[in-house]
Design a protein around this ligand. Structure first.
Ligand code: ADP
Ligand code: MG
Length: 729
């Protein structure tokens, strides 16, 4: 980095990081080295124990304490051989990220010495003193303590010296205090509902899995420059900073080669991921400068969520090794693309069929269309809820801006599948479709595979797009826990599939054949969910108007969007599928509103501080220099000449004064509004006040700070600028 003002981590020190040895063994030799996976289980558990654990993993059967003791013993032996001295229950509280509390294996042996201990009890359950995790009042109300309980379906792993055991986190009275508990329940709900529907087509199906393949976008920033930006350090985004003259307008980053320093980071990251069984597969530059993406091979949803959370924490550690900081915030820089986390989602059977992929014949395609149309219906009925599931203070910067999914949920199906669905909606019955197949009319059920092969129209503006064999939920934020979106989607689809099955059964009981009943119900769903389908430009103003006319949820304020969790329909959906109780839904919303408030509150404080103790002092100093210069001119020259000579600086002095006055005025106002807001007790009302009354000050204040940045002597400006932060070589 060539600027004179800040010493970015230079080539020499980053070269050291670049020298991280590339392992000279095959990936498959160390893949999963730090995971207590099936291979290790076979080695460290008895045959009998292994069988019972695999039953618990594959079929959700409960594990007896005795078995847990055996598993714990095997796990400890393996972990100690790998150098672990501690263990922790690893869980996902309602904040984004993970939580852990480490305990050593070591214990007194009762004879004056110590031994390593790890019982089934410690494996199965713990009571972290978690009173400071957000719980929306559940714990306060019931004076209960939260405890963590082992999730055998996600394997334990080792990070540094610690054995990490994936767990759920629930209150003593059984309410979920985390993301994993309802995620597991939603996976179960969609499994049950989808299996019932599959049985209409194939009685051999016993289980349906939900799959997730995430695409994680992120920014890298040089560590030294990051440290000189208190806003990045405290809020993960820049609250000020004028556009760099060059940013992404040349569109040269996406196709550019990966900078050497970054490539070294990626290699190291992949190495760490493989040791933890995270199957990362794709790496590339993203649209914005310094923006990159990593994506794995898709996995079963619960495991994929755990792997994404683990990846996010591994990324942070590896980045520091390379003198970088990784920014997972959805919008670290104004004016250039933000980061998302596309959630590629699909359903597949234990018989190996992808339910969202077309089949080989008309019968298989009827099943494919059954699932597609039910998903359309689920997204249609729950579009407000799905939006709530991805909404947060940080993702709000991204949604609705001209680069990312709009703040309205719609589904892109592509012209061909859309035409097929329209065709089905118009058909007079199954016979009509069979006729089309015989006559070879296009867009009949037997033509789907061909259609999809040449279906290349990808729509980048859709928040929820069909991409040939899966749906891609693109509105998810880069810093989010995928579980939030996945549990809402799984639950919505589970609820819809249950309804579908009921309707089909009713028609059959009224004398329709099975195929007729399926066809009629599909047809009804396609017609009813028509309004959710949109293949056009999701960023356009016309779409906003059109979506409102179609009755889709167009709310843009996060605290109000979150209301969707508590609508009559959502409560019915979550309770009827046994994913979340009404009490849990209320408690979780309290947490979400509180989180929203806190995020905006912190930003407001940081912005106020920086404005008053970074920006105004620098502006004053520079103004003082100019004033000096002007008074010297007036001392040397006669008044008329001096006026001419000093004209330029006099006008800058006044400009600076105006900007400073405005900044001071608005910061003071913002502080006053905040004082009032902080007295509000109702969490929703408080969040809404922060959204409507406080957040709008950010851009007002920033505008004047950014103007000052353009005016003030470059050498005096205390904060690294966008052009310095954004171009890693
Ligand atoms: P893109 O073209 O959108 O960048 P990629 O080929 O990078 O897509 O894949 C994105 C993600 O989708 C990967 O994690 C991939 O494993 C995942 N994916 C592929 N097929 C499926 C599927 N059937 N279900 C879920 N995820 C899938
Ligand atoms: Mg994608």
């Amino acid at each position: 980095m060539s600027n004179l003002r800040f010493k970015a981590v230079d080539e020499a020190s980053s070269r050291k990081a670049m020298e991280v040895p590339v392992p000279d063994v095959k990936t498959s030799d160390y893949f999963g080295k730090y995971v207590f996976d099936r291979k290790n289980m076979r080695k460290y558990l008895s045959k009998e124990t292994l069988k019972l654990v695999l039953n618990a993993i594959d079929r959700g059967e409960p594990l007896q304490r005795e078995v847990a003791n055996h598993v714990a013993a095997g796990m400890r032996m393996w972990a100690m051989e790998m150098g672990a001295t501690h263990y922790t229950h690893w869980f996902h509280p309602l904040t984004d990220g993970t939580a852990e509390k480490h305990d050593a294996f070591v214990d007194f042996d009762g004879n004056g010495g110590v031994i390593e201990e790890f019982s089934g009890k410690l494996l199965a359950q713990q009571e972290p003193d978690a009173s400071s995790f957000p719980s929306g009042g559940i714990r306060n109300t019931f004076e209960a303590r939260g405890y963590t309980a082992w999730d055998p379906s996600s394997p334990a792993f080792i990070v540094n010296d610690t054995l990490c055991i994936p767990t759920i986190f629930i209150s003593y009275t059984g309410e979920a205090l985390d993301y994993k508990t309802p995620l597991l329940k939603s996976i179960n709900a969609v499994d049950k509902a989808a299996t019932e529907v599959c049985k209409l087509f194939d009685p051999n199906v016993k289980k349906v899995f939900s799959y997730l393949g995430w695409e994680q976008e992120y920014f890298l920033v040089d560590e030294a420059l990051y440290s000189a930006r208190p806003d990045l350090v405290l809020t993960e985004r820049t609250l000020m900073g004028h556009d760099s003259a060059k940013n992404q307008q040349l569109e040269d980053h996406y196709f550019g080669s990966i900078p050497t320093r970054v490539a070294a980071f990626m290699r190291d990251l992949e190495y760490e991921c493989y040791k933890l069984s995270i199957p990362v597969k794709t790496r590339h530059n993203e649209v914005a400068p310094n923006q990159f993406e990593v994506a794995p091979i898709y996995e079963e949803c619960n495991l994929a969520v755990d792997h994404n959370l683990l990846l996010m924490s591994v990324m942070k550690i590896v980045a520091r090794r390379h003198c970088f900081r990784v920014l997972l915030h959805e919008k670290p820089f104004k004016g250039i693309n933000g980061s998302g986390k596309h959630n590629n989602w699909s359903l597949g059977t234990d018989t190996g069929v992808n339910l969202l992929g077309p089949g080989k014949n008309a019968k298989q395609n009827l099943q494919f269309i059954t699932f597609i149309s039910n998903i359309l219906m689920a997204v249609y009925k729950n579009n407000a809820l799905l939006k709530a599931s991805i909404s947060s203070a940080t993702n709000a910067h991204r949604l609705g801006a001209n680069e990312a999914p709009p703040a309205i949920i719609s589904v892109f199906m592509g012209t061909q599948i859309s035409a097929l669905l329209d065709n089905l909606a118009k058909s007079k019955g199954l016979k009509d479709i069979e006729l089309q197949e015989k006559t070879g009319t296009r867009l009949s059920l037997s033509h789907i595979p061909e259609i999809l092969v040449d279906n290349t129209d990808r729509n980048r503006t859709s928040p929820f797009a069909f991409t040939g064999n899966r749906f891609e939920f693109r509105a998810v934020g880069s810093s989010a826990n995928c579980a939030s979106a996945m549990l809402a989607l799984n639950t919505a689809v589970a609820g819809q599939l249950k309804e579908f099955k009921k309707e089909v059964d009713t028609l059959i009981s009224k004398g329709k054949t099975k195929d007729e009943a399926i066809f009629l119900t599909i047809q009804k769903n396609i017609k009813e969910s028509q309004n959710i389908r949109f293949d056009g430009n999701g960023y356009s103003d016309e779409w906003k108007a059109e979506a409102a006319k179609r009755g889709l949820d167009c709310e843009t304020k996060v605290p109000v969007i979150l209301d969707a969790y508590l609508s009559k329909e959502s409560v019915k959906l979550f309770t009827s599928t046994d994913v979340l109780s009404e009490k849990e839904l209320h408690a979780r919303n309290e947490v979400k509103w509180e989180q929203y408030t806190k995020k905006i509150q912190i930003e407001a404080r940081v912005l106020g501080d920086l404005a008053m103790n970074h920006i105004i002092p620098v502006a004053t100093r520079y103004q003082g220099l100019l004033l000096d210069n002007v008074s010297k001119i007036f001392a040397l020259y006669d008044k008329e000449k001096a006026k001419k000579l000093a004209a330029q600086n006099l006008s800058i002095i006044e400009d600076i004064a105006e900007h400073m006055n405005f900044i001071k005025l608005k910061v003071d106002e913002m502080v006053e509004v905040r004082k009032v807001a902080n007295k509000i007790e109702n969490e929703r009302e408080k969040a809404l006040t922060y959204c409507e009354k406080i957040a709008p000050y950010f851009d007002l204040i920033r505008y004047h700070i950014d103007k000052l940045e353009l005016t003030i002597d470059n050498e005096m400006w205390t904060l690294p600028k966008y052009r310095e932060l954004l171009f890693i070589r």
